[in-house]
Write a protein that binds this ligand. Structure first.
Ligand code: CMP
Length: 140
């Protein structure tokens, strides 16, 4: 498997709880490399665009409100098979179903406040990364 890039967000529940270092430790221990990172307060426009694929879901409004409720950390992660590796490190979307040792098992509160986002495929990663980083800000 070749080197891949994936997009990550450390969400408001995790920044408020001061868990960003703990999460980055799990990311790095998995072998993934953080090759871009910025702490931002997402705007409503950014969050609505980012989650546009979920616009018709009943939880869309709640999801957008949550994502703009406090700072987030946006990241690009790089490594072998980075997309599926990061999904393994994150654990299941619902923390109640997340495996031991995963980010969501350790830190997440609920399916909404689930501490991290990771791209779900190659095309999604290619669409998500440029929403927050230019190529010159990604230093692999
Ligand atoms: P994420 O990987 O960021 O992508 C979409 C997000 O929607 C997901 O993580 C969850 O945080 C959120 N989500 C999924 N299902 C629900 C739900 N039933 N209620 C609230 N938020 C949800």
């Amino acid at each position: 498997m070749a080197k891949q890039r994936t997009f990550s967000i450390i969400k408001p529940d995790a920044t408020i709880a001061n868990n960003t270092g703990g999460i980055n430790k799990l990311i790095e221990e998995s072998g993934l490399r953080i090759i871009a990172q910025r702490r931002i307060h997402m705007t409503r426009v950014q969050a609505e665009r980012f989650y546009a694929v979920h616009a018709e879901r009943p939880f869309f409004g709640e999801l957008v409100d949550f994502m703009i409720s406090a700072p987030v950390i946006v990241q690009v992660l790089e490594g072998e098979d980075a997309i599926s590796k990061y999904r393994e490190v994150m654990g299941a979307t619902n923390p109640a179903e997340a495996a031991d040792g995963t980010i969501r098992k350790l830190y997440a509160k609920s399916v909404g406040e689930n501490s991290v986002h990771g791209s779900d495929g190659v095309e999604t990663a290619a669409e998500e990364i440029p929403q927050f980083f230019s190529e010159s800000e990604i230093v692999g």
